[in-house]
Design a protein. Structure first.
Length: 235
């Protein structure tokens, strides 16, 4: 079973590149070559949300902000698996449907899903109807319960994989981010998850999970949200 996402599913490649964004006209001001844009609201942010209101709100209010809630962590790693081969925006637009279909991504509830539930979900047009990814989510819920019993919580497990400063780029630039699809930390975490029986958790998928859940702060230098996230991480 494949467990690595296609490059187009990575957060920085999911919608369009900086050159495409510059030509789209859907922006107030583009800081050429910096990976930064200033929107109509006057806020300077990373380039990748474009001008889509849902994506901009996700960038400003969620992405990169540290998460230690087990249900949210489980939800995100599952949705990253569903994203494989797609853009995150596609999944984001369906997220509420996913939450309803998967019982709020409560691992205890999802772990009890049966073949009947798989068939039910395959008929749900509101989610990504991929048998392998649906079965992977159920499998991963069972593996998550094992981890929670062993470590006390998913948060304790995942945050133990936060990379040391020496593995982080000196400057979180557009060029550095565009050149990075996985990291030593995401490779280590991916390997451990696979050894524990998790699926759809390749190094690139895991890196996107780490970025989104705040295990790293990958907002571009100069992004206003980067500053906010840095303050939260210091608490």
């Amino acid at each position: 079973m494949p467990d690595e996402d296609c490059p187009v599913g990575h957060a920085f490649n999911g919608v369009f590149g900086l050159a495409d964004f510059a030509m789209s006209g859907d922006h107030e001001d583009l800081h050429k070559g910096s990976g930064l844009v200033t929107g109509a609201d006057g806020r300077t942010r990373c380039w990748w949300p474009g001008a889509d209101p849902l994506y901009v709100r996700y960038h400003d209010e969620e992405w990169g902000r540290p998460v230690r809630n087990d249900h949210r962590l489980f939800e995100k790693i599952c949705l990253e698996g569903f994203q494989s081969g797609l853009s995150w925006l596609t999944i984001l637009r369906k997220r509420e449907n996913f939450r309803e279909a998967f019982e709020g991504f409560d691992p205890e509830r999802v772990a009890r899903f049966t073949a009947r539930d798989v068939n039910r979900l395959l008929k749900n047009a509101g989610i990504v109807r991929h048998r392998g990814k649906i079965e992977s989510t159920i499998n991963n819920a069972r593996r998550a319960l094992d981890l929670m019993a062993e470590r006390g919580s998913l948060a304790k497990y995942f945050w133990a994989w936060e990379p040391p400063p020496k593995e982080r780029p000196a400057v979180c630039s557009y060029e550095a981010l565009r050149a990075t699809s996985s990291t030593p930390a995401s490779i280590r975490l991916s390997k451990d998850l696979k050894a524990r029986g998790w699926t759809f958790v390749g190094p690139t998928t895991v890196y996107a999970f780490m970025q989104a859940m705040g295990l790293v702060n990958d907002h571009v230098e100069g992004c206003e949200t980067r500053v906010e996230v840095a303050k939260i991480r210091r608490r």
